[in-house]
Write a protein that binds this ligand. Sequence first.
Ligand SMILES: CC(C)(COP(=O)(O)OP(=O)(O)OC[C@H]1O[C@@H](n2cnc3c(N)ncnc32)[C@H](O)[C@@H]1OP(=O)(O)O)[C@@H](O)C(=O)NCCC(=O)NCCS
Length: 172
Amino acid sequence: MIREATRADREALVRIARASFDRVYAFFAVRGLRRADPLLVAEGEGAVLGFLEGFVFSGAPPIGYIYFVAVDPVRRGGGTGRALVADALDRFRAAGGTRVFAAVPKDNDASRRLFESLGFRDVPRSALRRWYGWRGIAVQMRMVLAPHEALLARTFTDPSPAPAQETPIPSS
Ligand SMILES: CC(C)(COP(=O)(O)OP(=O)(O)OC[C@H]1O[C@@H](n2cnc3c(N)ncnc32)[C@H](O)[C@@H]1OP(=O)(O)O)[C@@H](O)C(=O)NCCC(=O)NCCS
């Protein structure tokens, strides 16, 4: 089950962040817990399995960003990471976003494949400027991309199901 985090989750999220990232990334992941929105938690059998920190940069259209996703090392490989990212995509889309970004270390195969399996593709950093102009540059600065990270984007091009239309009665 994916749900929004509460204060009571904090201890578990800090533990998972520290078990999932090196010191520098863990520092930023723990700091991000206070500001992320959405901050999602995957829960199973009463235990916290993993979390996702997202941001929505406001504007028209809003720009979604997945900042961190992490799953408890002993719970990996069971679909939790995918469920967290898929839920975040639904939320970004519902907020009116047309694209969602993520930055992953180029050598992090598990993470790259997770995002690719949900339709994310590598894009050059210049894409933010090309797609969003000055706003894209400002958003890119707030993403704080490191040189060893790849920028990934998921574009929502598939249309939502059209409302059922009445079939016209043929005139005779
Ligand atoms: C990346 C991470 C969140 C994946 O979580 P997970 O719950 O194990 O992932 P899932 O079970 O949902 O797997 C979804 C897909 O991701 C890919 N994947 C997951 N683990 C993988 C691995 N070890 N090697 C290669 N691909 C992997 C696969 O494509 C998988 O789909 P499949 O099972 O149909 O092949 C987890 O490995 C993790 O917490 N890593 C440390 C933190 C991190 O690096 N986060 C990403 C950067 S912010």
